[in-house]
Every structure is written in C-alpha cells, then in structure tokens.
Design a binder for this molecule. Structure first.
Ligand SMILES: CCOCCOc1ccc(-c2cn(C[C@@H]3NC[C@@H](O)[C@H]3O)nn2)cc1
Length: 447
C-alpha cells in the first residue's frame, strides 16, 4: 500500500451553494429565482422537491459552522443568493440579505475558516429571466453591479471570490439539454448564454481589479474526461469534441482570448454562431488568480455518425458507478488536470468540487458510506499524481459538506459527508466525515 501525502500549505475544505442548502425561500425580503420557478413546475424535479426549506441553513448556519470547525477545514466555499441581495436582480438592495451574509461570514471568520464566495451558483433572479435572462446582455450589467456591491460590502472579510459556478451547466445543460432551470432546449440560445456568461465573468473580474481589493478571484468551470474507445482517429476526434465542450469552450476565451476554432466550426455546421461583439473577447480575457475545477466523473467515448451533438456515444466498460449512475473514473481527474496545465500553463487551481453520490441512511445513528471514502481515496490519489506531474494545486474542497437539494434529482441523491434528514433537518456525521477529519489532521492516508 502506498502512502499518499500532501504539502502542508494546501487549503482543504468543503463546498455548498445557496439554493441547495439555505431554504427560507420567502423570508426576509428574498426575491424569487429561476430555481424557485423551475422546482415548483410539475415534472421538473424528482418527487416535486423544491428548495423552499432545503437544509434550512439560513437558520441553522451556526450548527453547520460547528460541523466545519470539528472537521478542521481551512476554507468553506458557499454561494450568495443574488435575489436575496437584489430581489429584482437590480435596483433596490435588500438589507436583510446583506445582514444574513455578514452574520454568516463573521461566524466563519470567528472560527478561523476562510470564506470562498461564489457569486453565481445558478439562482438567477426571476425578474431578470423575465427580461430574457442570460440571453439578454443587460443581465451582464446587472451581474457586474451585484458583484460590485458584494466586493464593496465584504471587502476585508471575503478574500476569495468565484464569479460563476459551472457556466456549462448554466448555458448548455439548462438551455440546450433542458435538464436544469430555466429548462430551454435551443442550441443557439445556449451558445449565446455561454458567451454572455464569459463576458459577465470578465467584466466582474475587471471591476474587481478596478476596485483595488485585497484577495483573489477566479471562476469554476465543470469538467469531465472522455477517453477515446480506440486509437482510431474518428474516436479520438469525437472524444476531443466533447471534452472541448466542457473545457476549451469555457477556458480558451479566458486564457487565450479566443474560442477553439474547431468547435466554432462544428457549431457553425449545426447552424449556430457566437454573438461576439467588438471588444467582447478582450473583456473576457481578464487575468484571473486561480481556476476552480469541478470534477465528478469521466467516460469512454467513440464516434457514432449523426449521433448527438458531436457524432459520438459513450461506451459502457462496466466501471463501478456511484448511486447517481456516474462512472467512478479517477484517471479522468488526472487527465483533466494534466490537460489544463499542458494547455494553459501552471494556472493555480483549487479543486472547488469533487465528491460522490451515495444514498446510505443512518442505521443505529451511523452512516457507513464506505463507497464515498473509497471515492475520496481514489480521487485524492489522482490529485497527488497530478501534483507530482507539476499541476499547480492550491486546495481541495469536497462536494459537499452535507446532503442537499441536488437540482433536478431533488433530495433523492446525496453528496454530503453529513447526512441530512429532510423531515427533521437533523444532521448526522457520516463515516466519510470522520475519515476526512482524520485526513485533514494528518494530511496523508494509506492508499
Ligand atoms: C439530458 C442530459 O442531461 C442529463 C443530466 O446532465 C447533468 C450533467 C451534469 C450534472 C452535474 C451535477 N453536478 C453536481 C453539482 N455541481 C455543482 C453543485 O451544485 C453540485 O450539486 N455537477 N454536474 C447534472 C446533470
């Protein structure tokens, strides 16, 4: 057995998001988000689950922070509910919204935990969606105003900012696949939104720099890896197209100031063009301090003529699956990190999400989530391997601190190292919580 050891200066933590944990959806002046609308639309979320209550962290955040303190984390990634700050997306500010996040951040700081704040984790104010949402370039301006408000309000308290979480999910999953809010299925619309999101990111970074704030700012694309089924060029090309949909499409504009031409050409064959205006690419290409990488799974992919968006199909090589049906593929984690470093250089990277879905419930007060512990070991081993290969890792945050509203899967899919009983809201530390706690204390484990 090998000993997997990490440098002492790495930052370790956990991650959550506002709509998934807060609840209090109609409290203290919060405005509606597109996820309130979507989750209350019959058929969109399993079991008709909504984020109305979620983990009730709006009221129970002190208990949550006690759990983080016991865990011994350095950093906690959370997101701010935009409609709690700007109930209509712009215009009047809700003071109770700001008050909540000040109390929350102050409590984190009192407990020696660094706040890492995601400004946009999918809960777009419904009032902005009613005006076209991210397809409307005016939403970009509203986002920058919201970001500026948060930068100014929390200057000195929050020093680690993430503009956007998973723009691929916000654009293509939500507006082409239709699986997430607002549930459109239009490739041109989704492509427009992907560009406007990158523009919003770049403009927010530019505003952050203009304000001369002390801290760091980045964004958090979601990633996956597609391994070609064979060394046939058609399989290699099909895999490249799908990987580029998640990686290069959202990373080349930020690091190279251009979209990957082979993908632009591919979309043009589908009748889809990018709504790039003069100066957009310069705005997007603002230097960032780090990239957040979210990784869960990867697959094997091969060419299949006229199949799907990229003439491709997944090949089932019978990898073990987590309870949400995603293959356990730690080599893909290594491949993603190596590829990013090869293409963009030694960009500082936080792993802002990595975790697994296992739905065990407590038996006699204990949750034996051995699969989650094994997933953590495999992926931390892959992370260690990537660091050995020169990938510039600054930290790792597991998804998630606790079971929460897993979007279209509702509360049926559990990613937490803390179990949440959604009837009583009681929290129960899982075996993985204790494993992660011991690991954070030692910074090594036996693979
Ligand atoms: C028809 C095709 O559509 C099928 C569903 O396709 C996907 C793809 C990807 C996901 C997905 C979910 N997560 C975890 C979240 N990351 C952010 C945080 O909020 C976690 O809850 N990452 N990716 C879900 C669904």
């Amino acid at each position: 057995m090998a000993i997997i050891q990490f440098p002492k200066d790495l930052k370790w933590g956990t991650a959550t998001a506002s709509y998934q944990i807060e609840g209090a959806a109609y409290e203290d002046g919060r405005g509606l988000s597109i996820w309130d609308t979507f989750s209350h639309t019959p058929g969109k979320v399993i079991n008709g689950d909504t984020g109305d209550v979620a983990c009730d962290s709006y009221h129970r955040y002190e208990e949550d922070i006690e759990l983080m303190k016991e865990l011994g984390i350095d950093v906690y990634r959370f997101s701010v509910s935009w409609p709690r700050i700007y109930p209509k997306g712009r215009g009047e500010i809700n003071p109770k919204g700001l008050e909540f996040y000040h109390k929350f951040v102050d409590k984190l700081l009192e407990n020696g935990i660094e706040p890492m704040c995601t400004l946009y984790h999918w809960d777009l104010p419904q009032a902005l969606q009613d005006e076209g949402g991210w397809n409307n370039r005016e939403t970009i301006d509203a986002f920058v105003t919201y970001a500026e408000t948060m930068f100014r309000e929390f200057s000195g308290k929050i020093k680690s900012w993430i503009t956007l979480n998973e723009p691929w999910c916000t654009s293509f999953l939500s507006n082409y696949e239709g699986a997430h809010a607002p549930g459109n299925t239009d490739l041109q619309l989704a492509t427009n939104i992907s560009h406007h999101l990158l523009l919003a990111h770049g403009k927010a970074v530019k505003k952050y720099r203009e304000m001369g704030l002390d801290g760091e700012i980045g964004y958090a694309p979601n990633t996956t890896w597609l391994e070609p089924f064979s060394n046939r060029q058609e399989d290699i090309d099909a895999s490249r197209r799908e990987v580029a949909w998640y990686l290069e499409w959202f990373m080349d504009p930020v690091f190279k100031g251009e979209y990957p031409q082979f993908m632009v050409d591919w979309f043009e064959k589908k009748g889809v063009t990018l709504p790039i205006q003069e100066g957009d690419l310069e705005e997007i290409k603002q230097p960032i301090d780090f990239m957040g990488i979210n990784y869960y799974t990867g697959r094997v992919c091969r060419y299949k003529e006229d199949n799907g968006l990229f003439d491709s199909e997944y090949v089932d090589l019978r990898y073990d699956l987590t309870d949400i049906g995603w293959p356990i593929y730690p080599d893909g984690f290594y491949s993603v990190l190596s590829y990013i470093t090869e293409r963009y250089g030694k960009v500082p990277i936080y792993i802002t999400e990595n975790g697994s879905c296992y739905n065990e419930e407590p038996v006699d007060g204990r949750v034996k989530d051995e699969g989650r512990i094994e997933y953590l070991k495999q992926h931390l081993t892959a992370l260690n391997r990537a660091m050995d290969s020169g990938v510039n890792i600054k930290g790792y945050l597991t998804w998630s601190l606790m079971d929460n509203f897993e979007w279209a899967e509702g509360y049926s899919m559990r990613f937490g190292i803390v179990f949440v009983d959604f009837n009583t809201l009681e929290r129960t530390k899982k075996d993985s919580f204790y494993w992660y706690k011991n690991f954070l204390n030692a910074k090594w484990f036996e693979a």
